[in-house]
Write a protein that binds this ligand. Structure first.
Ligand SMILES: *[C@@H]1O[C@H](CO)[C@@H](O)[C@H](O)[C@H]1NC(C)=O
Length: 402
């Protein structure tokens, strides 16, 4: 295990920090790791409700002596000195920061300390793909609901779609994370707890990518892309409602632009995928997968090799959800749509499909993958007070970095 003191903390203790960062007279140290974390503390201001809170090392901690986000885990630390054990936060490991805070509040009693978990979780990485649905604006209090959802999922990196209108910046700033949305009207963008070190050139106008260094470590780089393929015409409608043939739908997939878009993404990321750096592509592909529309699991009486899933998998990209859940008949993983069970225009059931994906290449092992929504979304048109602010489900994949 490795214990580390952050540069700002070091500067603070040397009295070199020029910002108005808080200072305090007490001491906080990490005495032991596993199980949980054991801290030792001293203070000249003992109170029964002094407390120690654990936060991620960046984003969310009370760096200005005010609440930004709730702590991941905490315990009271009464008296002038003592030791207290706090459970390890669930899910992703990595870098954390502990704060010794006064009386159920956020005033510092000691300099916070940064530390690495040093256990096997350290190499876990949690990825989300999330179509925001007009930025989330169709639902009341969307901002608070989205921030809470992303925080609760404890993810490291999110690829967004339907983010036009600077919604990536809005969410990145609210969480205190790094973000990239190449222009305000770009439908896609990325937020990350970990430093974004390069913003790649967009591929077309609906695909953006970045290089991220996990924990800021240049030996732990990752290329990450978010894509939003064109929506219309929508292939499942052509099969299920229009009863088109396989040949016709193949032409429609081309005419919609999706084949061209995914082909370009695969071509233009080739050198990244061929390099030794892990690679992740997430997005709303606006089409199902050939791994789901199989002979054994027909949809609308059809099995079909959707080009927008065939092209990336033929190029070596791995569909993380289907690694975790190999049988599409028992675990559909549908992301379209939690709020459209019914198609008004057709007066028929809306085709339900998995159209949002998290793909990866090498050096990443799938630990789990799940579709996620908040609460129990009500169907259109009763969606306005949903806790879930989108018309897609999100997908969260947990990887181990190998
Ligand atoms: C919609 O379909 C249902 C059941 O098939 C039928 O009872 C109803 O009359 C239809 N509504 C319209 C507006 O066509």
């Amino acid at each position: 295990m490795r214990l580390s003191i952050s540069l700002p903390t070091l500067l603070l203790s040397l009295g070199l920090c020029v910002s108005a960062a808080p200072t305090a007279g007490g001491q906080l140290s990490l005495a032991a790791i596993g199980p949980g974390f054991t801290f030792e503390y001293t203070t000249s201001k003992p109170k029964s409700k002094n407390w120690i809170g654990i936060y991620h090392a960046t984003g969310g901690g009370p760096d200005e002596e005010e609440q930004v986000q709730p702590s991941l885990k905490w315990e009271y630390a009464p008296g002038e000195k003592g030791s207290v054990r706090i459970d390890a936060p669930a899910g992703a490991g990595g870098k954390y920061k502990a704060y010794f805070l006064a009386d159920d509040g956020y005033k510092w009693l000691a300099e916070p300390i940064e530390f690495n978990t040093g256990n096997s979780n350290t190499n876990q990485l949690k990825i989300m793909t999330y179509n925001l649905w007009y930025g989330g604006t169709k639902v009341n209090n969307y901002h608070e609901k989205q921030v809470k959802f992303i925080r609760d999922q404890n993810v490291d990196i999110v690829g967004f779609q339907e983010a036009s209108g600077n919604h990536v910046k809005r969410l990145g700033e609210a969480l205190g994370w790094n973000y990239h949305q190449s222009s305000a009207d770009n439908t896609v963008g990325i937020i990350s707890r970990h430093p974004i070190v390069t913003k790649h050139k967009d591929i077309g106008d609906r695909t953006s990518g970045v290089q991220i260094n996990i924990d800021g470590n240049s030996d732990k780089s990752l290329n990450f892309w978010s894509a939003h393929l064109n929506a219309y015409p929508y292939g499942p409608y052509e099969f299920c409602f229009e009863k088109k043939s396989v040949e016709d739908v193949l032409k429609i997939e081309d005419k919609a632009g999706r084949i061209g878009q995914i082909t370009k993404i695969v071509e233009q990321t080739k050198s990244q995928r061929d390099s030794s750096t892990p690679f992740i592509l997430v997005g709303d592909f606006n089409a199902p997968s050939h791994l789901d529309w199989t002979l054994q699991n027909k949809h609308c009486d059809v099995n079909f090799e959707w080009p927008s899933s065939k092209i990336p998998t033929d190029a070596g990209l791995i569909d993380s959800y289907r690694v975790a859940h190999p049988d599409p008949a028992t675990e559909s993983g549908n992301t379209w749509s939690p709020i459209y069970p019914h198609n008004e225009e057709q007066n028929a059931s809306e085709p339900q499909d998995r159209i949002d994906f998290i793909y990866h290449t090498k050096k990443l092992k799938v630990i789990g993958s799940e579709t996620k929504v908040a609460g129990s979304p009500k169907a259109m048109p009763d969606h306005e007070d949903n806790e879930w602010t989108s018309d897609h489900a999100s997908v969260v994949t947990t990887y181990e970095l190998l």
